[in-house]
Design a protein around this ligand. Structure first.
Ligand SMILES: [Zn+2]
Length: 340
């Protein structure tokens, strides 16, 4: 019988230590795992994944980046102003990418109905040739490539982290086999993700950005899903849905400026689950990205696991005018490619 929800995590993830006071602290995941232990859910099974292989990583990243990362093993080093290694960081990064691949494999092999990789370090800012923004290897892109290598024709990567996933966008910029959709705060770190960034060449129309101003709510997220993401995805018909699930759009997050709640994240998760059930044979994988509130993150992850295990949440009504304006601009940029 298939496991309803496979949760993949590894003690190594707690050993990546970017330094005292850094928001991407091991406590994020430690508190989340404690909360999940105190609020156990039926149907959720935990497992430790294997690390990613160099071959799996190099489907996304250049050999130079992989060499540079391997040289950093065992060291304490600074990659950029907010990205630091500790002695076990490289092992943790390979383990995180491996958890993402393992989540895809479990779902494709019908061992699990859905999977959630509870990882650190996060991945969506890591570009094919550049580590940045707390990220070393792009877990979502590596997972999407693992699915392609296993014969999946079309993969959707949907990114609801409050930051734009510049790395994932760059990895699939020219391609139509992987559709990238992101809703994020804008202007904001890392600066990319404007409505007119839609992909290029064969990939034109296969990058979808909804750049919201700060202070958007659960209802605004609902509008992004119902008016843009879901209709485009239904036309694309992915065979697998991968979510870059960051929870830094939470109202308590110290970095993000949004007003989402755990019930909003549950509604987003319900929407992608229904989409996966409708077009992708139910194949759905969530990967943890950001989320820096040590209370909001555990509750939001738990809410999403509840949805994967069978609960359903709806978005509240009441879309703001500011959100409607952005959604209108995104639809204008993509109307010649999709029925929106
Ligand atoms: Zn983020």
């Amino acid at each position: 019988m298939r496991i309803p929800v496979l949760a993949l995590t590894d003690p190594l993830f707690l050993e990546h230590q970017p330094g005292r006071g850094h928001p991407e602290s091991p406590l994020r995941l430690a508190r989340t795992l404690d909360y999940l232990d105190q609020h156990k859910l039926m149907g959720v099974e935990f497992r430790q994944p294997r690390p990613a292989t160099v071959e799996e990583v190099e489907r996304v990243h250049g050999a130079d980046l992989v060499e540079e990362l391997k040289r950093l093993a065992g060291t304490t080093a600074s990659i950029d102003l907010d990205t630091y290694t500790s002695p076990r960081t490289v092992d943790a990064a390979f383990a995180a990418a491996g958890a993402a691949v393992g989540a895809v494999e479990a779902v494709l092999q019908e061992e699990a109905a859905t999977a959630f990789a509870l990882v650190r370090p996060p991945g969506h800012h890591a570009e094919p040739e550049r580590m940045m923004g707390f990220c070393f290897l792009n877990n979502a892109a590596i997972a999407a490539e693992a699915a392609r290598a296993a014969g999946v024709e079309r993969v959707l990567v949907l990114d609801w982290d409050v930051h734009h996933g510049n790395g994932t966008q760059a990895a699939f910029w020219n391609r139509r086999d992987v559709l990238y959709q992101s809703v994020h705060q804008y202007p904001f770190y890392p600066g990319t993700g404007a409505v007119d960034e839609i992909g290029r060449g064969a990939g034109a129309g296969y990058t979808v950005n909804v750049p919201f101003p700060a202070a958007r709510t659960d209802a605004d997220m609902g509008a992004a899903f119902h008016d843009v993401f879901l209709p485009v995805a239904q036309a694309f018909r992915p065979e697998l849905v991968i979510v870059s699930a960051g929870f830094d759009a939470h109202e308590d997050d110290p970095l993000g400026g949004m007003l989402c709640t755990e019930r909003g994240f549950a509604a987003m998760c319900s929407a992608v689950k229904s989409l996966a059930d409708e077009v992708a044979g139910g194949r759905l994988v969530l990967l943890l990205e950001g989320g820096y509130s040590l209370t909001g993150l555990p509750r939001s992850v738990h809410a999403c696991l509840e949805v994967l295990a069978g609960r359903r949440d709806e978005f509240p009504g009441g879309t703001s005018r500011e959100a409607e304006r952005v959604i209108h601009a995104t639809r204008d940029a993509l109307r010649s490619y999709w029925p929106i």
